[in-house]
Design a protein around this ligand. Structure first.
Ligand code: HEM
Length: 462
């Protein structure tokens, strides 16, 4: 981190945050600051901002410090993690997710994480592989008609449907899409409005009856009804060993109390939402990248054909699907579904020579970190070999954080990686996906990094 000589020579105790010493983007408007540029093209804006230094002050309604050095990312996510809570942006997701794992803090978060963690243990994950294979197979069978007719498919929509089905069946024993058609529509609408809220200049709380808040409330009523019905049915039925079953059985060691229906609803909603769009986007971007890299695509196909040899993937086969694993990691490097996430300092902290004050908002932006030429050679090139073990050893650990890191690292990380490996290998064994000419892919960076108008591809049988 570059600081002026004046600051370098201050005694540590004197090195209080000096706003003037922290570089800015240099493109802020008088009143609106960096908001217009950040809203217009968030990805390009953050990439430009990062050129100003390892810590850059963004003016996004309030000051937000962008952290561009892996050491600082490590400090926030790991070394001094107790000093950081989720930033103000997460409040905009609360109407959808309630007090679920992603948003809760402190003791409430620790308790829920402890309860949910066993559902993601290695042995449990092995049981999910069968569900992933079954539903991927059904999707690929469904594609065969379109493949014969050379008809384009929106791979992004297909992946969303598939990952939603997988997360629902694996963790809760139900499929939101299978419950009622209106549930799928309500989910799409609620997600769309939550994404819009992400960049809105003025955040009007859901209680204010704007047209969008009214539509949101209507969608939430549908979703809540569906989820609450599932919870009620499970309460009166036999116990099942999935995440919902575990959460329902769990009792607080001190009070002996279990989770209320409201708490269960929040966890179901959180897992369904955190677990399906992210993975669907990661897979969609992977197919997009593969269609522009025929040699990698061929390599993936050869691996899938020889390892699977016409049968379905099993947990035992996963370690041999190395290319599939590297393709998924490299896709999340270039197009990280969680392209940015935020924290807020609880107390003052020191980053190198800069001391930041309690309450300061920080952004960690995998989109930028994953393209920093200090750690990534030719960063724009799609090259899964970057994830060979010897290459990984040569990089700072915190230069790659698609799932965040530290205690609040994504709980579904291994689940998602297994799912991606299985889907990539099964698709590659059966089809070559080609981008449809004239239907360019557009990025939308809101809560997740998603393709704005889908990803249109044709499936060619191998
Ligand atoms: C490629 C797919 C995925 C990506 C890129 C991803 C990314 C992330 C990231 C970056 C975080 C940390 C957010 C923050 O600290 O602000 C997170 C948290 C979380 N993710 Fe994922 N995720 C993925 C898949 C999943 C899946 C499959 C599930 C569940 C089945 C899931 C459930 C969660 C939950 C519950 C949290 C909150 C954990 C906590 O705070 O304790 N995610 N995810």
């Amino acid at each position: 981190m570059k600081l002026s000589a004046e600051v370098e020579h201050l005694a540590p105790a004197q090195r209080w945050e000096r706003r003037d010493e922290i570089p800015t983007t240099g493109e802020a408007w008088p009143l609106l600051g960096d908001l217009p540029a950040a809203r217009r093209d968030p990805l390009a804006f953050h990439a430009r901002a990062a050129l100003a230094g390892d810590i850059v002050r963004l003016r996004l309604g309030r000051d937000v410090y962008l952290l561009n050095h892996p050491d600082d990312v490590q400090r926030v996510l790991h070394d001094n993690h107790t000093n950081y809570r989720k930033s103000f942006f997460y409040a905009r997701m609360k109407p959808l997710l309630g007090e679920g794992l992603l948003i809760s803090e402190g003791g409430a978060w620790r308790r829920k994480r402890r309860l949910a963690q066993p559902a993601f243990h290695r042995e449990r994950l092995a049981a999910f592989a069968g569900i992933m294979v079954e539903h991927t197979k059904a999707t690929l069978d469904r594609w065969s008609g379109a493949a014969v007719r050379n008809e384009p498919l929106d791979v992004a929509a297909e992946m969303k449907r598939l990952t939603l089905t997988i997360v629902g069946h694996s963790l809760f024993g139900f499929d939101l899409l299978g419950q009622a058609e209106e549930a799928g529509q309500a989910l799409t609408e609620a997600l769309r409005i939550t994404n819009d809220r992400f960049w809105s200049l003025v955040y009007l709380p859901p209680s204010i009856p704007t047209p969008s808040n009214i539509r949101f409330a209507r969608s939430m009523r549908v979703l809540d009804r569906v989820v609450n019905d599932v919870i009620a049915a499970r309460r009166s039925g036999p116990t099942r060993p999935d995440l919902l079953g575990m959460l329902m059985e769990a009792r607080d060691v001190e009070t002996g109390e279990g989770l209320s229906d409201r708490e269960l609803r929040d966890e179901v909603m959180t897992m369904v939402l955190a677990g399906h769009e992210t993975t669907a986007n990661a897979l969609s971007w992977a197919f997009h990248l593969l269609s522009g890299a025929p040699s990698v695509d061929q390599g993936l196909h050869h691996e899938a054909a020889s390892v699977l040899d016409g049968s379905d993937p099993t947990v035992e086969a996963l370690p041999r699907l190395e290319t599939a694993s590297r393709v998924s990691q490299e896709s999340m490097r270039l197009y990280p579904p969680a392209w940015a996430f935020g924290r807020e300092a609880v107390e003052d902290d020191v980053f190198g020579a800069i001391r930041i004050r309690a309450g300061t908002a920080l952004t960690i932006c995998p989109w930028v970190l994953h393209r920093d030429p200090r750690w990534w050679d030719e960063p724009d090139r799609f090259d899964p070999d970057r994830f060979r073990p010897e290459a990984v050893k040569g990089r700072p650990r915190y230069a790659y954080v698609p799932f965040a890191a530290g205690p609040r690292m994504c709980i579904g990380n291994a689940f998602a990686q297994m799912e991606m490996q299985i889907v990539l290998a099964m698709v590659a064994a059966r089809y070559r996906l080609a981008q449809v000419p004239g239907r360019p892919v557009e990025f939308e960076a809101s809560v997740t990094l998603r393709p704005r108008k889908g990803i249109w591809m044709t499936a060619h049988p191998r």
